[in-house]
Design a protein around this ligand. Structure first.
Ligand code: WT7
Length: 664
C-alpha cells in the first residue's frame, strides 16, 4: 500500500453506530474491556468456564517457560463432548446443528445435535477399530460435506490430532504434510461437487500416499466417503469405505477427558521458507478462544440465530468458525459445499433467504467479486434476516465494506472486520457489534482479553497517526503452542523479533489512526495474501525451479483488484530451454510453468503472470530485491536501485518485458 492510499484511508470519515437493538442485548458490553484489562487471567478463566470440564484447572496460565505457554493447567476436557454431547444432554438434541447444502440444488441435509452425536460416535468407534489411538495423527482431505465435520470431531473425541488439508492442494502438497506429521490414516472421498460438476479427490490421495512412501512414510489406512459415485482405484490392503465401517459401528461412545494441553490439531500454513509450518493447537485454550470469540464478536444468540461462515474447512477459519466455535456454542449453522456461482450467480443470497441466515462471515475477495457483478443479483433476494456481517482474511477496503453493509446488510448490519491468523487460533482484533462503531477499513481494537500494539523497530508503541509492526503483547489461550516438530523455528519466527519485550510478532504491518484504531496493512515478510489465502514466495519459487527448464525464479505478490494480491513470477530459463525456442518468453513455456506450479502446490498458487527475464536484481550479497520486481509487477516506476550489484539489470528486465510477459 502506498503512503498516498494509506493517508486517504486514514481520512475515512464514515462511521456506523451499533444498532440500538444489538447494543441493548449484546453478549459483551463495553465494561468487558476494562474488566479484562484489570485481570486478564480472571477474564479468560471466566470464558473457559463457558465450557464443560471433566476436571477443573489448578492454574490458569503457566508462562514460566516462554514462549511455551500452558493454559488451564491440570484441567481435563473433551472437545467433541463440548461441541456435541453437552447440547444433547441439555435437552437440545432436536436442534439443527448443520443445514448442509450441497452444490447440486436437490442435495440438502439437516443434521440435529442428536444425529451429530450418533454419527461422531460411530466414526470414533470406526477409527479406533482401524487402529487409531490417542496421539496418532489423522489427515483429512475432504470436500465441504458433513463427514468433514464428523471426521474432525471423531478425531478430537479419541484424542487423535487431525490435520485437515485443503481439497484444493495438490498430491505433492498433501504428501509433504502426511510425511511431516506422520499421519497414520487419511480420510477422504471419491470427490465433491464444484462449479457444476464432480471433481475427484481420491486420485490425489493415492498419489500423495505413494509420494509419502518415497519420503519414507507409510499411511496405513485410507477411509473413503462416497460422495459423487465416481469410479475410484482401490487398494484392498489400505482403502476402506466410510459407509462400510462407520454406518455399522455403534453409536455409543464414551468420550475420554484429555489434558487441557493435549494436541487438538495441526494446521499447515505458509511461512517465509519453502517448507510449510505445522501450527499446533491444543485443546482447552483453543476451544476457549474459539467459543468465546464466536459468541462475543458475532454476538451469537444460539436459540434464534442462523449462522453461516463461507470458509472452507481446510483453512483455520473453517476450524474455528465452522466447527469448534459455533458447535461449542450450540449454534445452528449453514454449511455449503460448492462455489458461489453454481448453478447461478445468486446462489449464496438464495441460501441466506432460504435458511433465514442472521450472521454471515466471508472474505473481502468474495465481496469484491460480487460488487463487480452488480447489486442487481443480490437485490433479487430477501436478506432481511441478516443482523451481523463479518469479514476476514485480508484488509477490507472501505468501498467493499460499505457495499457489503449496504447491499448485503440492507444498511442495518454492523460489519465486523476481524483480524487474526492461523497461529492466533481465534479473532484478536475486531469491533464488538454492540459496542464499537464501524469505521470502514479498520479492524479497530483488540477484543477484551487480548493485548495488541503497533510498535517501531525498537519495540516501542508508535504514536497515533503512525505505522509499524503489529504485535500481541500478552499470551492468549488459543495461541499456537509450537510448530509441529520444530520448536526452534517457532521461537525464531514469532518470538525473536521482539524477544526482550516478549511480544508475539505477527508478520503484519499496521497503522494507528488519530483515534488509536488499528488499520492492518498486510504482511511485512515474504508472504503473500491471495484471496485471503496465505502463500509463501519461496514455496512458489522452489516449485518453479524444480522445473527442468528453469534456472532461477523470483516471486512477488502484486496488488490485484480482485484477489488482493496476485502471484507474479520472474523466471530465468536455462540455456538448454533457450536453445530449444523457449527464450522468446513464448506462451508455451509460460503455460507449461503455470501448469507446473498448479501441479506442485495447487490451483491457488498458479501465477497470474510469469515474466521470462534475462537477469534478476540482486544486492551485492546475492539477495533478490523483490521490492524492485514488485514495482515492475505493479507497473510503477522502478524505485531506488543503488544497492543493486549491477544497476543495469533493471533496464534489461524492462527491455525484455516488451516481448516477455504473458498474463493468464
Ligand atoms: C494473515 C493470516 C485469519 C484466518 C484467515 C487467514 C491477513 C487476516 C485480516 C483482516 C487485514 C488480515 C493478515 C494475517 N489478515 N485477517 N481482517 N485485515 N489482514 O489466515 O492464512 O493465517 O493468514 O491474513 O496478513 O497475518 P492466515
Amino acid at each position: 500500500m502506498t503512503e498516498e492510499t494509506l493517508s486517504n484511508l486514514l481520512h475515512e470519515e464514515r462511521r456506523f453506530e451499533p444498532p440500538a437493538a444489538v447494543a441493548e442485548h449484546a453478549n459483551l458490553k463495553a465494561e468487558a474491556y476494562e474488566r479484562a484489562a484489570a485481570d486478564p487471567e480472571a477474564f479468560w478463566a471466566e470464558q473457559a468456564g463457558r465450557l464443560d470440564w471433566a476436571q477443573s484447572w489448578d492454574q490458569v496460565l503457566d508462562w514460566s517457560d516462554p514462549p511455551f505457554a500452558k493454559w488451564f493447567v491440570g484441567g481435563r476436557l473433551n472437545a467433541s463432548y463440548n461441541c456435541v454431547d453437552r447440547h444433547v444432554e441439555a435437552g437440545r438434541g432436536d436442534k439443527v446443528a448443520l443445514h448442509w447444502v450441497g452444490e447440486p440444488v436437490e442435495d440438502k441435509r439437516d443434521i440435529t445435535y442428536a444425529q451429530l452425536k450418533d454419527e461422531v460416535s460411530r466414526a470414533a468407534n470406526a477409527l479406533t477399530e482401524l487402529g487409531v489411538g490417542t496421539g496418532d495423527r489423522v489427515a483429512i482431505y475432504l470436500p465441504m460435506i458433513p463427514e468433514a465435520v464428523v471426521a474432525m470431531l471423531a478425531c478430537a473425541r479419541i484424542g487423535a490430532p487431525h490435520t485437515v488439508v485443503f481439497g484444493g492442494f495438490s498430491a505433492d502438497a498433501l504428501a509433504s504434510r502426511l510425511e511431516d506429521c506422520q499421519a497414520k490414516v487419511v480420510i477422504t472421498s471419491d470427490g465433491g461437487y464444484r462449479r457444476g460438476s464432480a471433481s475427484a479427490l481420491k486420485p490425489a490421495v493415492d498419489e500423495g500416499r505413494a509420494k509419502a512412501a518415497e519420503l519414507g512414510h507409510t499411511v496405513e489406512k485410507v477411509l473413503v466417503v462416497r460422495r459423487t459415485g465416481q469410479d475410484v482405484a482401490w487398494d484392498d490392503e489400505v482403502d476402506v469405505w466410510w459407509h462400510d465401517v462407520v454406518d455399522s459401528a455403534s453409536a455409543e461412545h464414551t468420550p475420554e477427558a484429555f489434558d487441557s494441553e493435549h494436541p487438538l490439531y495441526v494446521m499447515y500454513t505458509s511461512g517465509t521458507t519453502g517448507k510449510p509450518k505445522g501450527i499446533l493447537h491444543t485443546t482447552g485454550g483453543y476451544l476457549t478462544g474459539a467459543s468465546y470469540t464466536h459468541w462475543a464478536v458475532f454476538d451469537l444468540k444460539p436459540d434464534t440465530d442462523v449462522y453461516w461462515c463461507s470458509a472452507d474447512i481446510g483453512w483455520v477459519t473453517g476450524h474455528s468458525y465452522m466447527v469448534y466455535g459455533p458447535l461449542a456454542n450450540g449454534a445452528t449453522q449453514v454449511m455449503y459445499e460448492g462455489t458461489p456461482d453454481s448453478p447461478e450467480r445468486g446462489r449464496w443470497w438464495k441460501i441466506i433467504e432460504d435458511y433465514g441466515v442472521t450472521i454471515f462471515y466471508t472474505a473481502p475477495t468474495a465481496i469484491r467479486s460480487f460488487m463487480k457483478q452488480g447489486r442487481e443479483i443480490p437485490d433479487r433476494y430477501d436478506m432481511s434476516s441478516l443482523r451481523i456481517l463479518g469479514s476476514v482474511g485480508e484488509p477490507i477496503n472501505p468501498e467493499a465494506y460499505v457495499w457489503y453493509r449496504e447491499v448485503i446488510g440492507g444498511g442495518r448490519t454492523p460489519v465486523v472486520d476481524t483480524w487474526w491468523q492461523t497461529e492466533t487460533g481465534s479473532i484478536m482484533i475486531s469491533p464488538l457489534p454492540g459496542v464499537t462503531h464501524g469505521k470502514p477499513g479498520s479492524a479497530m481494537t483488540p477484543i477484551p482479553g487480548v493485548g495488541a500494539e503497533v510498535v517501531n523497530d525498537a519495540g516501542e508503541p508508535v504514536p497515533n497517526g503512525s505505522g509499524g509492526y503489529l504485535v500481541l503483547t500478552q499470551p492468549w489461550p488459543s495461541m499456537l503452542r509450537t510448530i509441529w516438530g520444530d520448536d526452534q523455528r517457532f521461537k525464531d519466527t514469532y518470538w525473536s523479533r521482539f524477544k526482550e519485550q516478549r511480544y508475539y510478532f505477527a508478520g503484519d504491518g499496521a497503522k494507528k489512526d488519530e483515534d488509536g484504531d488499528i488499520w492492518v496493512l498486510g504482511r511485512v515478510d515474504d508472504v503473500m495474501n491471495v484471496s485471503g489465502h496465505r502463500l509463501s514466495t519461496t514455496e512458489i519459487e522452489s516449485a518453479l525451479v524444480s522445473h527442468p527448464k528453469v534456472a532461477e525464479a523470483a516471486v512477488v505478490g502484486a496488488k490485484d483488484e480482485d484477489t488482493g494480491q496476485a502471484v507474479c513470477a520472474f523466471v530465468i530459463l536455462r540455456e538448454s530451454a533457450l536453445d530449444s525456442g523457449g527464450g522468446d518468453g513464448g506462451d508455451d513455456i509460460v503455460a507449461e510453468l503455470r501448469q507446473h506450479v498448479r501441479k506442485e502446490i495447487g490451483p491457488i498458487a498458479t501465477p497470474r503472470q510469469i515474466m521470462i527475464v534475462p537477469e534478476l536484481p540482486k544486492t551485492r550479497s546475492g539477495k533478490i530485491m523483490r521490492r524492485l520486481l514488485k514495482d515492475v509487477a505493479e507497473h510503477r516506476e522502478v524505485g531506488d536501485v543503488t544497492t543493486l550489484a549491477d544497476s543495469s539489470v533493471m533496464d534489461l528486465i524492462s527491455k525484455g518485458l516488451g516481448s516477455g510477459t504473458a498474463e493468464g
